[in-house]
Each structure stands twice: as C-alpha cells, then as structure tokens.
Write a protein that binds this ligand. Structure first.
Ligand code: FES
Length: 83
C-alpha cells in the first residue's frame, strides 16, 4: 500500500495523511487516529490497520502497511457486505 492509498476507505483517509497526523500529534492511543478526518468511525474495517500503524509508531518504526491495495479494497467490500 502506498502513501496515497486510503486506509480508511469510508472517510478517504490515506496512509500518507495518517502518517502526517501521527508525526504531528504523536497520539498515545490508537483511537486518537479517529481525530484524523474521522478515520475508523464508520464501517470499522480499517480499525485493525489503524491499530497496526499506531503500534508501528509507538515502536519507533516507519508507518507502512504491507498489503496490496487492490486486495485491501476487495476484502473490505466482502467485510461491508457481511455486515
Ligand atoms: S474503512 Fe474506515 S471506517 Fe470504513
């Protein structure tokens, strides 16, 4: 997944936007990422991924998601249908 790809598809919040937010705000808990354009506040699909990037931040690692963006979107579609 690239910086331009949306992690939160519902609110169109890209990995790059989340990275900037994290660097700027230094959130102490993952739920604070919702303050970045409401990421994670609708279908809930992205929440595990938001937690993952927050953990990377706490551990001092670069923010990245090693998932294929096409597959990410396909899996989200299935998730949303099942809800
Ligand atoms: S993809 Fe983030 S709340 Fe739906």
């Amino acid at each position: 997944m690239d910086k331009k790809d949306n992690v939160c598809v519902c609110h169109k919040v890209s990995l790059g936007k989340l990275d900037s937010f994290i660097q700027r705000e230094n959130p102490t808990v993952a739920s604070q990422l919702s303050q970045c354009l409401d990421a994670g506040t609708s279908c809930g699909w992205c929440i595990p991924f938001l937690k993952k990037i927050h953990k990377q931040h706490l551990e001092g690692n670069p923010i990245q998601l090693g998932v294929d963006s096409e597959k990410y979107l396909e899996r989200r579609k299935v998730y949303v249908k099942k809800k």
